[in-house]
Design a binder for this molecule. Sequence first.
Ligand code: FAD
Length: 412
Amino acid sequence: MYGLSAADEDIQARARALADELIPFEVEAELSGGLPDDVAAAHKKRAIELGVFATNLPRSLGGGGCSTLQQVLVQEQAGRVTNALGWVAATPPSWFPPVATPDQVERYLKPTIRGEREECYAITEEGAGSDVGAIAATACRDGDGWVLNGVKWHVTSFNSADYCFFQAKKIEAPERVRASALTPATDPGGGAAHGGAAAGGEHLLFLVDLPSPGVSVVRTPAYSHTISHRHPIVAFQDVRVPAANLVGAEGDGMLYSREWFRFERLMVAARCTGAAERLVAEMSAFASSRVAGGAPIASHGLVAGMLADSVTELFAARALLYETARAIDRDPSDALTAHAQCSMAKLYCSEMSGRVADRAVQVFGGRGYMRENVAERFFRELRVERIWEGTSEIQRMIIARQLTNRGVRSLA
Ligand SMILES: Cc1cc2nc3c(=O)[nH]c(=O)nc-3n(C[C@H](O)[C@H](O)[C@H](O)COP(=O)(O)OP(=O)(O)OC[C@H]3O[C@@H](n4cnc5c(N)ncnc54)[C@H](O)[C@@H]3O)c2cc1C
């Protein structure tokens, strides 16, 4: 099915094998708030052994050098596993190699591709989420380096990462705003400072080693899902980085973030499709064996309808997902179309998986409300897929803008 080549099927099978090995650890991860470090490290090692780690990076740097379709096939399998255990099939920043300096390649990129270092992204702020352009974090040139200030929200994997990409706006020295002045706890009016401090500045992206003097966790909120990757609020206060840690050209920070969003949106779509496959498989198996009213519940029309709708939507999502990936492989230079189609894939697949998870909980009945049940976990976990990497509303805005500018035949 789906016209996969032998190489595609091979990497898909390896990723599926990894996912099947991880699934038995889900309930322990759910009930313990994650897995012990040594177990998580063994899973990462296994992902590397199976060749499903860093599939999105070139072979010349030690990555898998996979096609976009193959990257999607791997992430789809990773998405079959709850509690983010599938994240061990990691995808380091694929936008980075073309702009990384030789020094950055050696210090950051190659060790990340080998699984020795781990990155996180510090972009979102209290006053800037969907509207990344509104960030208030600042970068000020100081001698042979830069001084960074800002407070970042939801910094996923900060607890395991050993460096982060920090996005800020360039300011001149007198405008410098201390992070402490932006911290809500010390200045309830910090929001106003956010907008004014660095408005109109060029966006810059930096590599910040973790830990670094001046980087501290403000607090670590609890979230709906139970995963070992935390999302703390992190303050950067007068953090000094060498000039060598500026990523690419001054003013290009937003370009790199956009490129990363495009990639991640497709991978979110892939993981959501994998989650939906798992849910459809689990709920149809349950519905075939669970007897109520003298017959398997799958034979009751109202339950059968939920199964039929779910597998139909899964098929539609997968067709959209694979075709989007294939279009990128056919013409990687058409970034405009890819941008809109990745948004379409993320929008449809994330919303589809949410609907499927909701039906799965219903099909499992009371069991579907127990945290030991896969449907219950996915029901909570999949909700964020409609929020991060751009909310569903933002995806719709991107899609509609291109539709009205370029016409229906450019997109569908
Ligand atoms: C668990 C989790 C992990 C995250 N990890 C990271 C991370 O690692 N690094 C990072 O930098 N960020 C991260 N984020 C941040 C995430 O990308 C943002 O939450 C997301 O982009 C939405 O921004 P916001 O929360 O500020 O919502 P807002 O931008 O305030 O949006 C609120 C609501 O308004 C709607 N809205 C906003 N603007 C528009 C518009 N123009 N048109 C229509 N509707 C609009 C939104 O769709 C949404 O419904 C994470 C978030 C979560 C929840």
